[in-house]
Structures are given as structure tokens and as C-alpha cells.
Design a binder for this molecule. Structure first.
Ligand SMILES: C[S@@+](CC[C@H](N)C(=O)[O-])C[C@H]1O[C@@H](n2cnc3c(N)ncnc32)[C@H](O)[C@@H]1O
Length: 288
């Protein structure tokens, strides 16, 4: 039998990832049913042969097959909340927290209505509802599988009674309704760039969540013209983009008649979110 410390070192040596010891520790903690932060308290503890076998099976899924760690663990952290994830749903990314944080500023604690287009795991809608307890949301996706996971994430975080999930294309499932805030993190990777992505993304995450067409902007080109009709006066649209797409997406928003545009950067200083607002109409005419 081998010890916890031995197994972490041996597992880490087989992982071609950025932080192999951390990932090996998380996988061993999962096998042993322990808190990963407490594994090192007893580094000489012996691990049973069965547990060792299961640990190396997970190490090879991660190292040889390059399955995303979050799919193996079944969870991902987003906005300090734990979300269920798995095959068929995109792992929420830290960059998307920029969109959620700005949306929370826009909401400012008000009892607003939110639409999350392409909700995936529900990361955006559910975290907005957790941190904006008076808000309500609708969330759409083309993938029934993603919507099933999103619904479980809503229940997990106690917001299921304030969100409705609908399957369909972009705004189609909410036709005729309007919202105070529309958020969208739609596929924006150019088709030609997909082959160059990390194997975790390229081979395991759903193409439906990644492929944005020839220049990555097909989905936004289709979504944005319809957004003003889905926004209440003064309502805001926030979309996540790939750096380099800000100008095109801002132009689409201006073409659609949105005003008050903002481009927000991520933690690496790269354009990541574009915001636009629907004008407020006054009795004397239109003003911004
Ligand atoms: C980049 S993922 C983002 C998921 C989630 N919003 C997040 O931030 O983690 C894009 C999502 O849009 C969904 N999607 C793709 N095309 C769509 C469409 N035409 N209508 C609705 N959802 C779509 C995908 O299934 C996927 O869940």
C-alpha cells in the first residue's frame, strides 16, 4: 500500500497540465471522499489498493484523455459558487465573472427581470439570482441536456422558484416578452480556430457551446438586432466576447439602436464584455 504523499507525487508526474500537484490532490481527495485542503495533514496515511486503482484511473482520464478536471469532479466554481457540470455543458470560465459583476452593478439590488441567452450550466442566471435576491430570470439554451444541468444548479442554490428555463433558439422561446437585463455568453470562437484549442476544450466541451461560425460572430449577428424589442426602456444588454471582437459587436449594438456603450476588460486587460442600453423615451421625444 502507498501513502497519500506518494500517490500525489506519482499522479502529478503523469499529468501534462499547468498545476499537476494541485490536480492530483483534488482527484485523490475525490477518491477518498475528503476535503482537498486537509489531505496534507496526514501525508503518511495509507491508501487502500482499491482506492489507488480508482485514483490512477482518474489520473489517466485527466492526463491521457485530457478530460477537463471539472468534468471528472462533476463541479466547477463560478462566482464563489459550486456548479454541477458534465459532458454536454460548457465549464463556466472566470472571464464570465466580469459580465456577472457588471450586471450586478446595473441591477443594483432592484427587483428586475433578467434573460440569460445560452445559459449552459446556468452560471450567469443562477449567480445573478443568488446575488440579486429580488430579481427573477428566464434562461434559454438550444441544448436540453444543458438546461437539465442548469435547472439542478438553480435548485442547488435555492433560486429555482425565481427562474424559468426554456429550450430554443436565442430569443425565440421568449418572443413578445421584455426584460430589464439581457445577458449572453454565446459561442464566439471562429470555426477555423477550434482545431487549435486545448484538447480539454476541443475534444470534450460541446461544439454547440464554442463554434461561432467563420468569424465567431454568427450568433451575435443573429441575436443583437432582436434585443431592443426584448429590452424594457433603459434596459441593458451585456455580451461576452473574444478579445478583438469588441468593435464589431459594438457596431452591431449601435446598428440595433442601443446607446451608452461600454467595453469592459478582463483581468488580463483584454476586451471581454460589451454593454449597451435601450433608450428611454420621454413624453417630449427620445433621450439616452
Ligand atoms: C459559450 S457557452 C456559455 C454557457 C454559459 N452561459 C456560461 O457562460 O458558462 C454558449 C451556450 O449557448 C448555447 N447555444 C448555442 N447556440 C445557441 C442558440 N442558437 N440558441 C440558444 N442557445 C445556444 C450552447 O448550448 C451553450 O450552452
Amino acid at each position: 500500500m502507498r501513502t497519500v504523499a506518494d500517490l500525489i507525487a506519482a499522479g502529478a508526474s503523469r499529468l501534462p497540465v499547468d498545476n499537476p500537484r494541485r490536480e492530483a490532490r483534488l482527484l485523490l481527495a475525490r477518491v477518498l471522499g475528503r476535503d482537498p485542503d486537509r489531505l496534507y495533514l496526514r501525508p503518511d496515511e495509507l491508501v487502500s489498493a482499491g482506492e489507488e486503482e480508482l485514483f490512477f484511473k482518474l489520473i489517466s482520464e485527466r492526463g491521457a484523455l485530457r478530460r477537463p478536471l471539472q468534468y471528472i469532479l462533476g463541479t466547477a466554481e463560478f462566482m464563489s459558487l459550486e456548479f454541477e457540470v458534465g459532458p454536454g455543458v460548457m465549464v463556466p470560465r472566470p472571464e464570465t465573472e466580469i459580465l456577472v459583476e457588471r450586471a450586478l452593478e446595473v441591477i443594483g439590488g432592484r427587483a428586475v427581470s433578467i434573460l440569460d441567452v445560452g445559459t449552459g450550466s446556468g452560471a450567469i442566471a443562477v449567480s445573478l439570482l443568488v446575488y440579486a435576491p429580488r430579481a427573477r430570470a428566464m434562461a434559454t439554451d438550444l441544448s436540453p441536456r444543458a438546461l437539465g444541468i442548469a435547472a439542478r444548479n438553480a435548485a442547488r442554490h435555492g433560486v429555482a422558484d425565481r427562474v424559468e428555463f426554456r429550450c430554443g433558439d436565442l430569443l425565440e422561446p421568449v418572443r413578445g416578452q421584455s426584460f430589464d437585463l439581457v445577458a449572453a455568453n454565446l459561442p464566439y470562437i471562429p470555426t477555423g480556430d477550434l482545431a487549435g484549442l486545448e484538447p480539454e476544450v476541443r475534444e470534450h466541451e460541446p461544439r454547440l457551446a464554442l463554434d461561432g461560425g467563420p468569424d465567431g460572430l454568427d450568433l451575435y449577428r443573429k441575436l443583437i438586432p432582436g434585443v431592443p424589442a426584448a429590452l424594457a426602456e433603459g434596459g441593458a444588454l451585456l455580451v461576452e466576447i473574444s478579445p478583438g471582437q469588441a468593435r464589431d459587436v459594438a457596431d452591431m449594438m449601435l446598428q440595433a439602436g442601443l446607446v451608452g456603450l461600454e467595453v469592459l476588460s478582463d483581468y488580463s486587460g483584454r476586451d471581454r464584455v460589451v454593454l449597451g442600453r435601450r433608450r428611454v423615451k420621454s413624453a417630449s421625444g427620445e433621450r439616452d
